[in-house]
Ligand binder design. Structure first.
Ligand SMILES: Cc1cc2nc3c(=O)[nH]c(=O)nc-3n(C[C@H](O)[C@H](O)[C@H](O)COP(=O)(O)OP(=O)(O)OC[C@H]3O[C@@H](n4cnc5c(N)ncnc54)[C@H](O)[C@@H]3O)c2cc1C
Length: 441
């Protein structure tokens, strides 16, 4: 046997006996690991943007590990589900969206050992790193609600959280002329939890234009008391909820789906746990059920010891335990994280990532240059809510739920506007594909 630089074993003609004799005569040698300067787990929004920024800052040898063949621009899935974009507009081949000079390693991470700065890929290969950026996103847990996964096979149940299901949602909502449509928002942790409201408002506007809205009972199931948790934005969203005549089940959750009888069981959520308040559930017969799945951290993060030992909230449990300002791991200084997989303190969204990628890239460049991590992410996030087929409520806020307008002192962008629709539907996708993913914005 000979050992290649990447640790892979190659067979030779030597017999096992000869090899064993030889090995006994030589001092024990560990196979040489391929060690990457900067290794990024996940080629999604976070991974590509931060890799692009680092590459532009002159850091050589950046490799992104990503198993998917196609990259998905997730905010566009709301438009796909709501009938204002085609599925093909939400996706591009992964190889085509890689920032120039950044290497794509088509594989997936199976486990990480931060003590030896190495990881094992699903292909079985083990590699090393000098710095690791962990951004594999969040896991959609379709099995967490009894009956949900099976119900997705039925024609009346869909979601906007996967591209195939978003396409199914658009047909389901477009063809509905009467009956009951139920939209379910997941509790935290979630990737832009409120995103499920977007296809709901788009569908309501469409049904109103077709003259059928008053024949459709629309029910929104919210995990919290309000749609977002930022008072000024909530006021605007509640106004649209009232305008469309949407019934809201607050502090509630989907407990079960019985596809055979098209029944959604809605439980009253027990604050601070995932359990229902006993005896307080409602059965709703649906003609369309659009579900945001429960979400959780990838299990290997906690298995690697990268999560907090004593998380304070569900939103932190199992996610990468970084300092929310510097995005550097609290115990392993050569491990970094951002995006949906990190505990950054802010709501998980692509909007938050623009500022996170900048802070993380500057800090990593600082550490590599011996100057340390001095840049800070300030908790800013932006969440555009499409509230009709021509208007958006542009929610900008910080980790404390305070409005944070990007045009100083002007909170007016948070009102329903056509201008922000043009930005969300037309400008932002172009910016995403051409600037954000290249680390230029
Ligand atoms: C339906 C929907 C609508 C949304 N709408 C908005 C919006 O309007 N505005 C907004 O700001 N945000 C929105 N978001 C949130 C936004 O898309 C996410 O916050 C953002 O994509 C997070 O980026 P990320 O890189 O952390 O995760 P992702 O973009 O999900 O990327 C993670 C990548 O890691 C890869 N990966 C996973 N496991 C492994 C592994 N073991 N090894 C290697 N690679 C792995 C995955 O294949 C994936 O490509 C929306 C999200 C969804 C789902």
């Amino acid at each position: 046997m000979t050992t290649t630089s990447n640790g892979d074993a190659q067979p030779t003609k030597q017999s096992a006996q000869q090899a064993a004799k030889q090995a006994a005569q030589q001092p024990t040698q560990q196979p040489t690991l391929t060690t990457y300067r900067v290794l990024v787990i996940g080629g999604g929004n976070a991974g590509l943007s931060v890799a692009g920024r680092l590459q532009r800052a002159g850091i050589p040898d950046i490799t992104v590990i990503e198993p998917r063949v196609n990259h998905v621009y997730q905010p566009m899935l709301s438009h796909v589900a709501g009938g204002t974009a085609k599925a093909s507009q939400a996706t591009r081949p992964q190889a085509d969206v890689m920032p120039t000079g950044v290497t794509l390693l088509r594989d997936a991470v199976a486990s990480v050992d931060p003590e030896t700065s190495s990881l094992v890929l699903e292909s079985g290969r083990r590699v090393g790193y000098e710095h690791l950026i962990v951004c594999p996103g969040i896991v959609q847990d379709w099995d967490a609600i009894p009956g949900l996964r099976a119900a997705l096979q039925s024609p009346r149940v869909a979601s906007s959280y996967e591209i195939r299901l978003a396409d199914k949602t658009s047909h389901l909502l477009r063809d509905l002329r009467d009956g009951t449509a139920v939209f379910v928002q997941a509790p935290e942790p979630a990737s832009f939890a409120g995103a499920i409201q977007k296809p709901m408002y788009l569908a309501c506007d469409y049904w109103r234009a077709r003259g059928v809205l008053d024949r459709i009972r629309v029910v929104l199931v919210l995990p919290d008391a309000t749609p977002l948790g930022v008072p000024e934005i909530d006021a605007e969203l509640e106004r649209k909820v009232a305008e469309y005549g949407i019934e809201v089940r607050r502090e509630s959750r989907l407990s079960e789906v019985i596809a055979d009888s098209s029944t959604a069981v809605i439980g009253k959520a027990t604050v601070g746990t995932t359990a229902d308040v006993e005896g307080e559930s409602e059965r709703i017969h649906y003609d369309a059920l659009v579900v945001e799945p429960p979400q959780r951290a990838p299990a290997w993060i906690a298995e690697a010891g990268l999560a907090a030992a004593a998380p304070l909230t569900d939103s932190e449990a199992g996610f990468v335990d970084v300092d929310g300002r510097t995005l550097q791991h609290r115990r392993y200084p050569n491990v970094w994280s951002l995006g949906d997989a990190a505990v950054s303190g802010s709501q998980r969204s692509g909007g938050a990532l623009r500022k996170q990628t900048k802070a993380l890239a500057e800090n990593l460049v600082g550490v590599l240059g011996g100057k340390g991590a001095r840049s800070e992410y300030d908790g800013y996030t932006v969440a555009p809510f499409t509230v009709s087929r021509s208007s958006v409520v542009f929610a900008e806020f910080d980790a404390d739920g305070q409005q944070r307008p990007s045009i100083p002192f002007w909170k007016g962008l948070a009102r329903e506007r056509r201008l922000t629709w043009v930005f969300d539907r037309r400008v932002l996708p172009w910016v995403y594909w051409n600037l954000i993913l290249k680390g230029r914005a």
